[in-house]
Ligand binder design. Structure first.
Ligand SMILES: *[C@@H]1O[C@H](CO)[C@@H](O)[C@H](O)[C@H]1NC(C)=O
Ligand SMILES: *[C@@H]1O[C@H](CO)[C@@H](O)[C@H](O)[C@H]1NC(C)=O
Ligand SMILES: *[C@@H]1O[C@H](CO)[C@@H](O)[C@H](O)[C@H]1NC(C)=O
Ligand SMILES: *[C@@H]1O[C@H](CO)[C@@H](O)[C@H](O)[C@H]1NC(C)=O
Ligand SMILES: *[C@@H]1O[C@H](CO)[C@@H](O)[C@H](O)[C@H]1NC(C)=O
Ligand SMILES: *[C@@H]1O[C@H](CO)[C@@H](O)[C@H](O)[C@H]1NC(C)=O
Length: 520
């Protein structure tokens, strides 16, 4: 039934999209807190709120543009930096210079906050922050439950039910919770393409969850793909039909390699000053996590437990620039110094994320409205949670809260992409996977490339999440070549980063060195 519905919608919109009259964006000044490195413009675009309803109200998409630096302009590139549940405009404004360097400077760079995020149809189950905080405390989802701990798991399952029930009962979700799916976000991207372009073709660079959106838009509109990069691939088959297990596939390997790099870079890694090996550090970390399960430590009104430390490690692995702080935090914990750990957590990057501060429920509302696993009872999910924990012994069970909340979610997207990812796009897609990405493994890049005809995988030999995390002149050249000339790398290409992960290099510096940015 759902299958039929999806096909019908697909055909209907296929016709509609080509007839739609281009709705122009009126660009004007932006209202940003911080001054971005390059000038930006903002605008909005009215699109159908509900694509399945021909008489639908309009929704104003919020857009930000970093205009092309050079002429003649080659068109626009759209972005999504990840999520689901995260906006695009702020990140684009901040990264405009880097991204112009990487794309050649002839494109307008455009970001649009996806439905459900920031100010666009904000996915909120609560009236205000007080209500949210109370509900989240009651749900207790920040406590990670491992499958062998039946009591903790039962509580998390019940907490997931509380949150799902609150959302189901909320005004917002009743009215708008069915309208924030990736398929609708993909249609929004094409509306932007229609509004800003002359050739009607899509140019898009997606990272992490942005690769689910990218794979979806490419599969829905294969004839309209000009250039598209999937960078840090999340397996879209799992995103729609299973729990996200493969995302953790490389996490343990990445942690081992980070400890190895720590030993090789003692001047930047406090843990390396202790006459220990990488294997010792790894072992000590697993022992620490195990001990914290039984005996959490506390300081300054905070319980430093297994869940908090796992979330901290997970957040730190996202970017090499956090690695020295990861070492400081672990160093404090190895000596039982919760105060030292918390002091580090407060000042360092990744801390906020580890502490779990969220402003809305988009992180659940978007994926849960379109994830269909066929599982309904706790006993159905337990084997999957076991697999999550197996994918990564270190942080795999961090994924259990989304898995449980999605299992109990009661709101279905009006449109969910149910088609195939076996597609031939008008022009070939470039797929990139990092060798050491703890959040999206190389195997997922190979998975999507296998079904996108003509696509090529570039292996970026860097650390962190996505190519922007670790600078490589080689990767930068491949990417710029693709945007400028549509050139793909040879299959099997590997690009090494320009500096080891604990060193103080940056992508910015790499791009300056090779003349892609700065010094006009
Ligand atoms: C939050 O919303 C609730 C109603 O859900 C209301 O009772 C409460 O006063 C609000 N709190 C604040 C701080 O606005
Ligand atoms: C649903 O979205 C529309 C359009 O953005 C908005 O005007 C409305 O307030 C939302 N409904 C609720 C209950 O939040
Ligand atoms: C470091 O480890 C080696 C081998 O275990 C040992 O011989 C040496 O004494 C240690 N050095 C210090 C300073 O602890
Ligand atoms: C714990 O760490 C803090 C901050 O680094 C430091 O000031 C303090 O001396 C440490 N306490 C102990 C007992 O080592
Ligand atoms: C891609 O991943 C999905 C889900 O894990 C799997 O079912 C499928 O067989 C994989 N495809 C390829 C080509 O590896
Ligand atoms: C693109 O092709 C042009 C001419 O064919 C060449 O000069 C240039 O080096 C290529 N650009 C990039 C970024 O590789």
């Amino acid at each position: 039934m759902h299958w039929k519905r999806a096909i019908l919608l697909f055909t209907f919109f296929g016709v509609c999209a080509s007839q739609a009259s281009a709705e122009k964006v009126a660009w004007g000044p932006c209202d940003l807190k911080d001054q971005p490195p390059l000038p930006v413009e903002c605008g909005s675009l009215a699109v159908p709120l509900d694509y399945s309803d021909p008489g639908s109200d309009k929704l104003d998409l919020q857009l930000l543009k970093v205009p092309a630096l050079r002429t003649p302009k080659k068109g626009s590139i759209l972005f999504n930096f990840g999520g689901p549940g995260v906006g695009v405009r702020d990140v684009l404004a901040e990264r405009g210079e880097l991204l112009h360097g990487l794309t050649g400077g002839y494109y307008d760079l455009i970001g649009e906050d996806p439905r459900g995020t920031v100010d666009t149809l904000t996915a909120s189950c609560f009236k205000n922050a007080t209500d949210r905080a109370a509900a989240m405390t009651a749900a207790g989802l920040s406590v990670i439950a491992t499958p062998e701990d039946a009591m903790a798991l039962g509580r998390q399952w019940a907490g997931a039910g509380l949150l799902a029930d609150s959302c189901f009962a909320s005004e917002y979700m009743k009215e708008n919770g069915t309208l924030i799916s990736t398929a609708y976000a993909a249609r929004d991207l094409m509306q932007v393409v229609d509004a800003v372009e002359e050739d009607g073709l899509l140019r898009y660079w997606g990272f992490s969850y942005g690769t689910v959106l990218g794979a979806t838009v490419a599969a829905m509109f294969p004839d309209r793909v000009d250039k598209l990069i999937l960078d840090a691939v999340m397996n879209p088959h799992e995103y729609y039909n299973d729990y996200d297990k493969q995302v953790w596939a490389d996490a343990d390997k990445v942690f081992s390699s980070v400890m190895d790099q720590c030993i090789k870079t003692p001047e930047r890694c406090v843990l390396a000053r202790k006459n220990t090996t990488a294997a010792d550090l790894e072992k000590a970390t697993y022992t620490l996590l195990d001990n914290l399960k039984r005996e959490p430590i506390s300081a300054q009104g905070v319980i430093v437990d297994h869940s908090l430390v796992k979330s901290f490690i997970r957040a730190c692995l996202y970017r090499p620039e956090y690695y020295p702080n990861l070492a400081v935090g672990l160093d404090a914990l190895f000596s039982g110094n919760a105060t030292g750990f918390l002091a580090n957590l407060a000042q360092q990057g990744g801390g906020e994320e580890a502490a779990g501060g969220v402003a809305d429920e988009a992180v659940y509302a978007i994926p849960c409205s379109e994830k269909r696993t066929g599982k309904e009872a706790l006993s159905d999910v337990v084997p999957d949670l076991g697999q999550l924990a197996q994918e990564s012994k270190l942080i795999g069970d961090v994924g259990s809260s989304v898995a449980l909340v999605c299992t109990r979610w009661q709101i279905e997207a009006k449109e969910r992409y149910e088609g195939t990812f076996d597609v031939k796009t008008r022009n070939p897609v470039l797929v990139i996977g990092n060798t050491y990405d703890s959040a999206t493994p190389l195997v997922s890049a190979k998975n999507i490339s296998a079904s996108f005809e003509g696509s090529v995988v570039l292996e970026h030999g860097g650390w962190g999440h996505g190519t922007l995390a670790h600078g490589s002149a080689c990767t930068s050249r491949v990417v710029r070549d693709y945007w400028m000339n549509g050139t793909l790398p040879q299959p099997g290409s590997v690009c090494e980063p320009d500096y080891p992960p604990f060193n103080q290099g940056s992508l910015q510096q790499v791009l300056e060195n090779i003349g892609f940015i700065g010094k006009d």
